[in-house]
Design a protein around this ligand. Structure first.
Ligand SMILES: C[S@@+](CC[C@H](N)C(=O)[O-])C[C@H]1O[C@@H](n2cnc3c(N)ncnc32)[C@H](O)[C@@H]1O
Length: 288
């Protein structure tokens, strides 16, 4: 686990928003709700569906599914990590909700459910944390009933704007070296964050058995002014509790002093500037 993040619940509640202004936190929250709503529209939840939220985290998808079913169906909150399930259960208890759900602790590569037992499998930003995505996707196929749906969202990080694209070689020492290192990091096949895109995911889905899965790319452009301290957060905040930060990734190529100087240069160049970012993702809508 990262030194500055204890577990997934903490990451989802705190680190996810690190370096964001209150306005940006609000925007991220609205965006998460919008993504959730698209997944649930794709899923077309029915009252008697068995719904599995895989890698539920703080229950973004499962709580809404529970609301749609009005606690009369079966929503399974599932995660590899118990802290996530404990936190969701605490919220359910505090809300007085006692029916319509189950808790299931298991990794999505080995879901402890029988074959063909689920109508809707939902997922948001889970495959991005798994190096080998095929076993997880094949497992989703296994537990779905024929006609069941897999509806998911995953960020495609390797297609996002890179640090070097935001900066100017005139102001950044060792610009070309860091550009090369960043491009290299994004091509690492053992790095779950960037070892996939829409084409590899479509291939994973087809190998699993889904015929003609829909994998829709969403490219979002956003603009904002970089505030003091934001750049340091980008580099030091871990992308998950168990993954190295961007700074640690660059330290595989340069010593810490050199990376710190790079971060300082990027910070000095960007602070106060308006930047335009391209953020890529995919929505999956697949039927067994
Ligand atoms: C970025 S969070 C997303 C949480 C939630 N789906 C959401 O949209 O807010 C990733 C989640 O995947 C879970 N996770 C990571 N690896 C997993 C695995 N191999 N199997 C199941 N869940 C996993 C983590 O515990 C965490 O809750």
């Amino acid at each position: 686990m990262s030194e500055i993040c204890k577990n997934w619940t903490e990451w989802l509640k705190k680190n996810r928003f690190a370096g964001q202004t209150p306005e940006m936190v609000e925007q991220t929250t609205r965006w998460l709700e919008a993504v959730r709503d698209v997944i649930l529209v794709y899923a077309g939840i029915k009252p008697d569906d068995v719904i599995l939220d895989i890698g539920t985290g703080t229950g973004l998808l499962a709580f809404k599914a529970l609301e749609i079913q009005d606690c009369k169906g079966k929503v399974i909150f599932s995660d590899k990590f118990q802290d996530c399930l404990d936190d969701c259960k605490r919220i359910l208890d505090e809300s007085g909700i006692t029916s319509g759900y189950e808790m299931l602790q298991c990794p999505c590569e080995h879901i402890s459910m029988p074959d063909s037992s689920v109508n809707k499998a939902l997922m948001r930003s889970v495959l991005v944390h798994i190096v080998n995505k095929q076993p997880a996707i094949s497992e989703v196929y296994r537990i779905l009933k024929p006609g069941g749906k897999f509806c998911a969202f995953e960020p495609v990080i390797k297609a996002n704007t890179r640090y070097w694209e935001l900066t100017n070689p005139m102001y950044i020492e060792k610009y070309e070296d860091f550009k090369k290192a960043e491009n290299d990091i994004m091509e690492n096949p053992m790095d779950s964050l960037c070892n996939f895109d829409e084409n590899t995911l479509r291939m994973n889905l087809e190998i699993a058995g889904f015929s003609i899965p829909e994998v829709k790319v969403q490219a979002v452009q956003s603009k904002y002014t970089v505030q003091a301290g934001m750049v340091k957060e980008w580099f030091t905040n871990p992308p998950s509790p168990d993954q190295p930060s961007a700074k640690e990734r660059f330290m595989k190529y340069f010593d810490e002093q050199t990376v710190d100087k790079y971060i300082e240069d990027v910070q000095n160049y960007l602070t106060g500037r308006e930047i335009q970012l391209k953020t890529n993702a995919v929505f999956i809508n697949a039927t067994k």
